[in-house]
Design a binder for this molecule. Structure first.
Ligand code: THU
Length: 133
């Protein structure tokens, strides 16, 4: 895995995302996605994409992850990765980058297709809660 200079076990987090992808409900795109993140209290949360016959209301894997984060008591995401059904690291879509910003903020580390990056590089000049104050 890419060198990040820390000892975080990114491969274990990716394995959790791969496991989540096995639960995807994606009969329309046939594109399975799994996402996993470490929470600042040590939990690992994950999610899979869930599609719908009304295509536009499909839920990305990150939606399930964020829902689980809050259902289990909240917290802040510190490390995140998402993969497709082949186990390839993929980028979170634009909408989901916003979800990640809300729940992890600028220091959240994301395993991207070009290495591990902070959210400030994944969603530059993000709109966020501070803009509402
Ligand atoms: N998808 C995700 O789950 N997360 C992303 O960040 C990108 C896209 C899903 C949505 C849809 O079910 C499928 O991938 C194809 O777009």
């Amino acid at each position: 895995m890419t060198s990040t200079g820390d000892t975080f076990d990114w491969d274990a987090l990716k394995a959790a995302a791969e496991e989540a992808a096995t639960h995807a409900y994606a009969p329309y795109s046939n594109y399975h996605v799994g996402a996993a993140a470490l929470v600042d209290d040590g939990r690992v949360v994950s999610g899979c994409n869930v599609e719908n016959a009304a295509y536009g209301v499909a839920l990305c894997a990150e939606c399930g992850l964020v829902s689980t984060l809050h259902r289990e008591g909240g917290g802040r995401l510190t490390h995140f990765v998402c993969v497709n059904g082949d186990g390839d690291v993929i980028m979170p879509c634009g909408r989901c980058r916003q979800l990640l910003w809300e729940n992890g903020g600028p220091s959240l580390l994301v395993w991207t297709v070009s290495g591990v990056k902070p959210m400030t590089e994944v969603l530059p000049d993000a709109f966020g809660a501070d803009d509402l104050r």
